[in-house]
Write a protein that binds this ligand. Structure first.
Ligand code: ZN
Ligand code: ZN
Length: 215
């Protein structure tokens, strides 16, 4: 076997692995410099989730990987080994002329405090639908609780809840989820729509669901 000498550092192929004409130490050293030392992570100051290309998500090694991958580029595939909010120890690998090069690097994290769209909507009282629930006290209360639970376990929220003499007005953030509630329980509320604005040139309606309980 011919022993290779690395042109940069003179290490020999009987001592270290070679990737092409250069030793692994020099190859990974060079690659390491191509990876940014710092990355910016946007983290919601209200729910603590981080921004990934797929939207805000709870921080863990996988979601952080997604957030970092975007900034590091497609050339490297990455695994987050461990992290804190100052930095992440990342294992990176990439292809160099048909050989796999692998190395670790610590990437500093610059955490930018933001507010995600969900939290923004929550704090601004955003709503897309009003459920006007009418009926006798106990029945109305049971139905109200069922509705609130349905909404909250499906990732949307109640922006406002008014208790009235004859029932409740419940304002909620997602009309699709609200509508799903009525389908799910086979309820037939009276539906009406109010135009409340334009979004990217399309008319946006708020839905009102009026339901009178008979028992
Ligand atoms: Zn070398
Ligand atoms: Zn948030």
């Amino acid at each position: 076997m011919v022993i290779k000498h690395c042109p940069t550092c003179d290490r020999t192929s009987d001592k270290v692995r070679f990737i092409g004409e250069f030793c692994e130490v020099c190859v990974t050293g060079r690659l390491k410099k191509e990876v940014p030392d710092k990355a910016t992570i946007e983290r919601c100051k209200s729910c603590e989730r981080i921004r990934t290309p797929k939207g805000y998500a709870a921080p863990d090694r996988n979601t952080l990987k997604e957030a970092l991958q975007q900034q590091i580029g497609k050339r490297f595939s990455i695994t987050v080994v461990r992290y804190d909010w100052k930095g992440a120890d990342v294992r990176l690998s990439c292809d160099v002329e048909g050989n796999k090069a692998e190395f670790e690097k610590r990437i500093g994290l610059d955490v930018k405090r933001t507010m995600c769209i969900d939290c923004y909507r929550r704090t601004s009282g955003y709503y897309e639908a009003i459920f006007q629930l009418r009926g006798h006290r106990d029945a109305a209360e049971r139905m109200m609780k069922k509705f609130v639970n349905f909404i909250e376990t499906r990732g949307s929220f109640i922006s406002r809840l008014d208790e009235l003499d004859g029932g409740y007005d419940i304002y909620t953030s997602d009309k699709k989820v609200a509508s799903a509630f009525f389908d799910y329980y086979g309820l037939k509320p009276k539906r009406s729509y109010t135009l409340y604005g334009l979004q990217r040139g399309r008319k946006v309606y708020r839905n009102t669901y009026m339901l009178r309980l008979t028992s």
